[in-house]
Design a protein. Structure first.
Length: 424
């Protein structure tokens, strides 16, 4: 296992290029199951989760090959298997995204039922309810969700809770259903819009993506396509905060500023200078400490839960007291205990963290618990006095492409080392 060793206190300066979005790429790769053929997917980040998705596609019978640094060719011509095994789904919950495309493409899906994860229970009841509404027969057998769809017929589906993965799965199953499907209370995340755009490029008829109501008119045939993944808005946000917490000065390139609007609003309120251009953001922090701001996570276009831990990192050194409320996942505050080890003053009441900013954090040995929590500990390490060692960074490798190289190029003192204390 690897760990990161960070010497805090460097002000980050320079230009950073944002990678393709993990959470957009995963459903786009799953969508290649819908129609046999060859796809070139560009701007795919080289991450562990993408590796898991390609292994899953391989098990289903597809061939995958990197034809360029970030271009993945997927050949689904020989795809014939509909079983997503436990061994892969337990490594990555997003494997469940093949449920919709296997149903749409092969009319048959057997996908290991995902268990809970570090950040919450994360049930898939809404995915199942949606598939049943489309006419699928769904059974839970021996730990697997087994879907058979003799005929898929359009339906009106209202999600009780906004669900990104649920919206994506139902969209993929509905593109080939007979008649019209209306998804109400649909997720509006940019990743959902990106999937809709790829499906439309394949010939699907979809309207309303990016709004609460998505209408899908089933088609008989789709065609394979080439597609370029959108930039990662959570990586963009993480670098914005890296700039704020180190009092840096950066140009963030190849991003979509509109996708991080709710975060930019908060960072401006906290005192950061941010100029948005078409696909770049110029950002600087000239104030000694950020002002405390309150944050409450919400589905897009609200403040993303995937940025909650990182903004908390910024607030640990703010001037004042901030209240950070998590409304999407039940257990997404595990970074709090680690930040306290670095001298942060945080009290958790229910799903709200009350963060009283301190002048300075001190470096410590801390442990990463999930992907975004790990990112937040890098951020606190970058500002802390002394050395911070973050163990279990395999979580980070799931979602941030070349994070240490990118940070080092901006002047951070960060190194990846073997973590002898953690076993191999
Ligand atoms: N939910 C249900 N029933 C369902 C589905 C969801 O109750 O059938 C609940 C969940 O338990 C949760 C809420 O609805 O409380 C929202 O979950 P959602 O389905 O939207 O999340 P997801 O699709 O499983 C994606 C991202 C997450 C991100 C969330 C929320 C991917 C691969 N994952 O998960 O990303 O936090 O949306 O925006 O797109 C990450 O990248 O670190 C990450 C966890």
């Amino acid at each position: 296992m690897d760990k990161f060793v960070i010497e805090g206190g460097e002000r980050l300066k320079g230009t950073v290029k944002i990678s393709g979005s993990k959470n957009a790429a995963l459903p786009l790769l799953a969508a290649t199951i819908l129609k046999k053929g060859i796809y070139q997917i560009e701007n795919v980040p080289r991450l562990r989760d993408i590796g898991t998705m390609t292994r899953l596609l391989n098990i289903l019978g597809a061939k995958t090959e990197w034809t360029d640094k970030n271009t993945l060719q997927v050949d689904t011509n020989d795809l014939d298997n509909h079983i997503a095994p436990y061994e892969l789904v337990k490594q990555m919950r997003a494997s469940v995204l093949v449920l919709g495309s296997l149903t749409g493409g092969l009319r048959r899906a057997t996908v290991s039922y995902p268990g809970g994860c570090a950040i919450g229970e994360r049930p898939i009841n809404l995915h199942i309810k949606g598939l049943q509404a489309l006419g699928c027969d769904v059974n839970i057998k021996e730990g697997y969700v087994d879907v058979t769809a003799k005929r898929l017929k359009g339906a009106r589906i209202r999600f009780d809770t906004t669900t990104v993965g649920g919206t994506e799965n139902i969209m993929m199953a509905a593109v080939k259903a007979r008649g019209e499907t209306i998804i109400e209370n649909a997720a509006r995340e940019p990743e959902v819009v990106d999937l809709a755009r790829m499906l439309k490029k394949m010939g699907a008829r979809i309207d309303g993506e990016g709004t609460e109501i998505i209408r899908i008119n089933g088609v008989d045939e789709l065609t394979p396509c080439n597609y370029k993944v959108i930039p990662d808005r959570i990586e963009t946000g993480t670098f914005l905060i890296a700039c704020g917490i180190t009092r840096g000065n950066m140009v963030i390139e190849g991003c979509m500023p509109g996708h991080v609007k709710s975060l930019i609003d908060k960072l401006r309120e906290a005192g950061m200078d941010i100029i948005e251009n078409e696909d770049t953001i110029k950002v600087a922090m000239t104030k000694k400490r950020p002002m405390a701001v309150d944050v409450k996570t919400a589905p897009y276009p609200g403040f993303p839960t995937d940025m909650q831990a990182q903004i908390m990192a910024l607030m640990t050194v703010s001037r004042g007291v901030s209240a950070i409320t998590e409304t999407i996942f039940e257990n997404r505050m595990m970074h709090v205990a680690e930040m306290r080890r670095m001298g942060a003053d945080i009290k958790v009441i229910g799903n709200t963290a009350i963060v009283r900013g301190v002048k300075m954090l001190s470096g410590a040995k801390v442990m990463a618990t999930d992907l975004r929590a790990s990112a937040s500990l890098i951020l606190t390490g970058l500002t802390a006095y002394g050395t911070t060692e973050i163990s279990r960074i395999y979580h980070l490798d799931r979602g941030y492409e070349s994070i240490e190289e990118k940070l080092r190029a901006l002047g951070a003192k960060i190194e990846r080392r073997k973590d002898e204390g953690m076993g191999a």
